[in-house]
Design a protein around this ligand. Structure first.
Ligand code: IPM
Ligand code: MG
Length: 360
């Protein structure tokens, strides 16, 4: 049987640690299934090759069945010109893989309820929604420029643009996702101000006609950010443009405990996806074995599910994470004192998860 090709980008900061942990967990859940090929991207690629995403790195990812990514970036590369920043490598990778739909689940593990900063009566109603973020359009990919005004003052602009087909395809992903869940789509925009948002709303309305069973709501992004902490149990599937999705998904991660817990899958027309945690490279704790590997490990589980249809193995990993949390093991980011919890390092967390996968 030929092995499944997976491109692996450890990246910068805590990226290599959380990726190492994830590869070990994947190997335990699906022994001998994968051929992992390491790819340079981010700050380390700038240091080595002078650019954040060399052409050969992108090619390797494009030729793989899936790409697994840790995190990129760090203060060391802050002075790079905008075109050569590590983050630019990530955007080029997303565009190069044509992964327009970024799926970010926000689900509270029962065992982590105490890490939820919301009032108990709010958290107890349950939190289980998915943010579907448009990933390769909008202001992230519009023209960025600096210029001088007629008064010779320095100025800058970033253009936000969306075409009908870009909105249509992400709307379909949202409605299809909702069909397998509670059948509620909340489309988030700023249609009271932005023209792109008015088009967004119109197209989403139009696509919704093909999914009569799904209830569609619209919220302005400012209101959505408020409702998410006021009554998170109301949400099922949220669909929104690139930058709003970036912001709301960080908010969602805090509601469910920690940004270190949240995985994401980015998918295109085929299932050659990109899988990454939503957290960044956290240079302040890199190399200290403090980083929570769970976000990346769960991204690995999403890869099994979405790219390889290996649902049994994905369940094993997700259940193992749940068990380890239920058993009271916590990395620093999800630890609360005085509750009898066990504070452990990132690699101990990985070892506990491997043990739980083995006995699943
Ligand atoms: C994310 C990150 C990235 C983004 C950065 C690192 C460019 O914040 O994946 O949410 O803004 O998309
Ligand atoms: Mg972000």
């Amino acid at each position: 049987m030929s092995k499944k090709n997976v491109a692996v980008i450890p990246g910068d900061g805590i990226g290599p640690e959380v990726i190492k942990a994830t590869l070990e967990v994947l190997e335990q859940a699906a022994p001998g299934e994968f051929d992992f090929q390491e790819v340079a991207m981010g700050g380390n690629a700038i240091d080595k090759y002078g650019e954040p995403l060399p052409e050969f790195s992108l090619k390797t990812c494009q030729n793989s069945q899936a790409t697994l990514l840790g995190a990129v970036g760090g203060a060391k590369w802050d002075n790079q010109p905008p075109e050569n920043r590590p983050e630019k490598g990530l955007l080029k990778l997303r565009a190069g893989l044509k992964v327009f739909a970024n799926i970010r689940p926000a689900k509270i593990f029962a065992s982590l309820a105490s890490a939820c900063p919301l009032r108990k009566d709010i958290a107890e109603k349950g939190i289980d929604f998915i943010i579907i973020r448009e990933l390769i359009g909008g202001i992230y990919f519009g023209k960025h420029e600096t210029f001088k005004t007629s008064e010779n003052e320095r100025a800058a602009r970033d253009v936000m643009e969306y075409s009908e087909s870009e909105i249509r395809r992400i709307a379909h992903v949202a409605f299809k996702t909702a069909m397998s869940r509670r059948k509620i789509v909340t489309s988030v925009d700023k249609a009271n101000v932005l023209t792109t948002s008015r088009l967004w709303r119109e197209i989403v309305e139009d696509v919704s006609k093909e999914y009569p069973e799904v209830k569609l709501n619209h919220l302005y992004v400012d209101n959505a950010s408020m409702q998410l902490i006021k009554i998170p149990s109301d949400f099922d599937v949220i669909v929104t443009e690139n930058m709003f999705g970036d912001i709301l998904s960080d908010e969602a991660s805090q509601i469910t405990g920690s940004i270190g817990m949240i995985p994401s899958a980015s998918l295109g027309e085929n299932n050659c996806g990109l899988y990454e945690p939503i957290h960044g490279s956290a240079p302040d704790i890199a190399g200290q074995d403090k980083a929570n590997p769970i976000g990346t490990i769960l991204a690995g589980a999403m890869m099994l599910r979405y790219s390889f249809n290996m649902n049994k193995e994905a369940d094993k990993i997700e259940n193992a994470v749940d068990k380890v949390l239920t058993d009271g093991f916590r990395t620093a980011d999800i630890y609360t004192e005085g509750q009898g919890l066990k504070l452990i390092s990132g690699s101990q967390m990985k070892n506990e998860i491997i043990k739980a996968v083995k006995h699943a």
